[in-house]
Design a protein around this ligand. Structure first.
Ligand code: G16
Length: 541
C-alpha cells in the first residue's frame, strides 16, 4: 500500500458552527474541500496513528462518496481500525454510542442534521471525540486553525471499500469493520426502558404514528417499534432513508412535519405522534390534538423519568440550553436537583454529563437526551415517552395538563427569520447589544424590562468561558425574549427570536396570543422592521 501526500490549499470559511461544518453539498464536492477538513481534524488530534474511529452518516447525497474519501485518508494517516455502519448509515446517537461502546478515539459523523439534502441542498460533517460527544470549542478552534494553513493531505491509492457487506476487511494496513447500524443501539435501548411494559401497551391497542421523514431513523424505528415492541406494521411512515429525504425538510416540527401534525389534529389521530430528523437526534412529540413543545417535553420527561428502569433512582441534575424555556428549572427545583443553563449546542452538555452532574439534557430545538450517549437522541425520547405512557396509562394531553396544573405553564415559541443579509443581521445584534445596559426599567407597551444581558457561560467543570451566546431581555411577570444568530444555516444569516411567558394558573390560552406582548416588546426594542425590513418570521415553531 502506498501512502500518498497530495498538495492542497488552505481554505477560508471552514469555521464549524453549532454542530460541525455545514455547507452547500456542491461546496463540499469541490476538489480538496472535504480533504482539507479531514486532514485538519487529524492534525488537530495529533494524527491518526494507531487510532480507532467510527464513521457513518445520515445517508444524504454525497454520504457514501465522502465515506470512501475519509476511509482512504484514515488509512493514509495511519489509523488502525475504522468501524462503519452498513451502507454508510449511522444515526448521530448510534454513532455516539458506538464510539463509547468500542472505546474508540472518536468518529466522523456525516450529516447536515435537519437541513435538506441533495446535490443542491446541504451537507455537513463533524468530529466527535472519545466521550462520543461533539468536539468541544477548543478542539473546533484547533481544526479551524489547521484548515487555514494546511498544504497537503495524506491518503492511499486503493479501490473503494464495499460498505454493504457486514464483516471485516482491510484497506491497506487498516482494519475496516462494517456493522449493522441498528443492533448495538437497540441493545442499549433495551437496557434503559421497560420493553415488556411497552409491548403490553401496544398489545392493548395503543396506536402510534412515527414519521421518519425519509431520514436515518427509518430502519431504527422499524426494528425497535414494529419488529420488537409489537407496534402494528405501518406505524413507521416514510421509513426508507432517501438521499434527498424525498425532497422534504427533515426537521421534526409542526411546520416541516405538517402531515403528521394534520393527522394528530384530526379525528383519525393515533394515541401518539412522533418524528425525528435527518440524522436521528431531534424529536417531536404530539398527542391526540396536543403538540408538546420541546421545552415542555424536557420538563415532563424529567418529572417522570423515574418511571423508566434506567432512571428509577432519580436524576443527578438537568441541563438545558439558555433559549430553552424555564419549565425544566421548575422540575429541578421540585426534585431538589441542580438545573444548568448552557449555550446552544449539544457539545456544552458533554462536560456536565462526563462529570456526572446531570442525567437529562434538552434544547428548544427539539433535542432531548441523557447520559446514555453524548448526543441528543430522537428515538430515545420517543421510547421514554412510551415508557411513561405505558406506566401512567393516561393520554399525552392529560399528562401535559397534569404537568401544567402542578408547575404552571411556560408559553413558548421560536420565530426564525431566514436568509437575512448578513450585514443587516449583525446590525440588529450589534445595536441591541449596545442598548442592553440601559434597558432595565424601561416600559415597552405592556411590558417592563427587569433585566437585559448577553449570555456568557462559565463551564463549571473545566472553567472555560464561552462569550456572545445570545442577547436576552427579561420582563417583569415572567416573560423573556432572546435573540441569537443560528449556527447551522448555510445561506445568509438566520435570526432566531425565542419568546416565553410563564403563567402559574392561566394555563389554557392560545400560545401566540399569550406571547403577543413580549413579541411586540422584542420587535419594538430592536426596531426590527426598520433594521431587517420585516417582522413576520419565515418559520414559527
Ligand atoms: C445543532 C446542535 C444543537 C443546537 C442546534 C442549534 O443541532 O447540535 O445542539 O441546538 O444546532 O441550531 P442553531 O444554531 O441553528 O440555532 P443539529 O440537530 O442541527 O445538530
Amino acid at each position: 500500500m502506498k501512502i500518498e501526500t497530495l498538495q492542497t490549499k488552505p481554505i477560508e470559511g471552514q469555521m464549524p458552527g453549532t454542530s460541525g461544518l455545514r455547507k452547500k453539498t456542491k461546496v463540499f464536492m469541490q476538489p480538496g474541500y472535504l480533504e482539507n477538513f479531514i486532514q485538519a481534524t487529524f492534525d488537530a488530534i495529533d494524527g491518526g496513528m494507531g487510532k480507532k474511529l467510527i464513521v457513518g452518516g445520515d445517508g444524504r447525497y454525497f454520504n457514501k462518496v465522502a465515506i470512501q474519501t475519509i476511509l482512504k485518508m484514515a488509512a493514509g494517516n495511519g489509523v488502525a481500525e475504522v468501524i462503519v455502519g452498513k451502507g454508510g448509515i449511522l444515526s448521530t446517537p448510534a454513532a455516539s454510542h458506538l464510539i463509547r461502546l468500542n472505546s474508540a478515539d472518536g468518529g466522523f459523523i456525516l450529516s447536515a442534521s435537519h437541513n435538506p439534502g441533495g446535490i443542491d441542498e446541504d451537507f455537513g460533517i463533524k468530529f466527535n471525540g472519545q466521550n462520543g460527544g461533539p468536539a468541544p470549542e477548543n478542539l473546533s478552534a484547533k481544526i479551524f486553525d489547521a484548515t487555514k494553513t494546511i498544504a497537503e493531505f495524506k491518503t492511499i491509492a486503493a479501490d473503494d471499500t464495499d460498505l454493504n457487506t457486514i464483516g471485516t476487511t482491510r484497506l491497506g494496513d487498516m482494519k475496516v469493520q462494517i456493522v449493522d447500524p441498528v443492533e448495538s443501539y437497540q441493545a442499549l435501548m433495551e437496557t434503559l426502558f421497560d420493553f415488556p411494559a411497552i409491548q403490553t401497551l401496544f398489545k392493548g391497542g395503543f396506536t402510534m404514528c412515527f414519521d421518519a421523514m425519509h431520514a436515518v431513523t427509518g430502519p431504527y424505528a422499524t426494528a425497535i417499534l414494529e419488529e420488537t415492541l409489537g407496534a402494528p406494521s405501518g406505524t413507521v411512515v416514510n421509513g426508507t432513508p432517501l438521499e434527498d429525504f424525498g425532497k422534504g425538510h427533515p426537521d421534526p416540527n409542526p411546520i416541516w412535519a405538517k402531515s403528521l401534525m394534520d393527522l394528530m389534529m384530526s379525528d383519525k389521530a393515533p394515541d401518539l405522534g412522533a418524528a425525528s430528523d435527518g440524522d436521528g437526534d431531534r424529536n417531536m412529540i404530539v398527542g391526540r390534538g396536543a403538540y408538546v413543545t420541546p421545552s415542555d417535553s424536557l420538563a415532563i420527561l424529567a418529572a417522570n423519568a423515574n418511571l423508566a428502569p434506567a432512571y428509577q433512582d432519580g436524576l443527578a441534575g438537568i441541563a438545558r440550553s439558555m433559549p430553552t424555556s424555564a419549565a425544566s428549572d421548575r422540575v429541578a427545583a421540585n426534585l431538589g436537583i441542580e438545573c444548568y443553563e448552557t449555550p446552544t449546542g449539544w457539545k456544552f452538555f458533554g462536560n456536565l454529563l462526563d462529570a456526572g452532574k446531570v442525567t437529562l439534557c434538552g434544547e428548544e430545538s427539539a433535542g432531548t437526551g441523557s447520559s446514555h450517549v453524548r448526543e441528543k437522541d430522537g428515538l430515545w425520547a420517543v421510547l421514554l415517552w412510551l415508557n411513561i405512557l405505558a406506566v401512567r396509562k393516561k393520554s399525552v394531553a392529560d399528562i401535559v395538563l397534569d404537568h401544567w396544573q402542578t408547575f404552571g405553564r411556560d408559553y413558548y415559541s421560536r420565530y426564525d427569520y431566514e436568509d437575512v443579509a448578513i450585514d443587516k443581521a449583525s446590525h440588529l445584534m450589534q445595536s441591541l447589544r449596545a442598548k442592553l445596559p440601559d434597558l432595565a426599567g424601561q416600559t415597552v407597551g405592556e411590558m417592563t424590562v427587569s433585566h437585559a444581558d448577553e449570555f456568557s457561560y462559565l463551564d463549571p467543570v473545566d472553567g472555560s468561558v464561552s462569550k456572545n451566546q445570545g442577547l436576552r431581555i427579561s420582563f417583569e411577570g415572567g416573560a423573556r425574549a432572546v435573540f441569537r444568530l443560528s449556527g447551522t444555516g448555510t445561506q445568509g444569516a438566520t435570526i432566531r427570536l425565542y419568546l416565553e411567558q410563564y403563567s402559574k394558573d392561566d394555563i389554557g390560552r392560545d400560545t401566540q396570543e399569550a406571547l403577543q406582548d413580549v413579541r411586540h416588546a422584542a420587535q419594538t426594542i430592536t426596531d426590527m422592521n426598520a433594521v431587517i425590513g420585516r417582522i413576520e418570521p419565515d418559520v414559527i415553531t
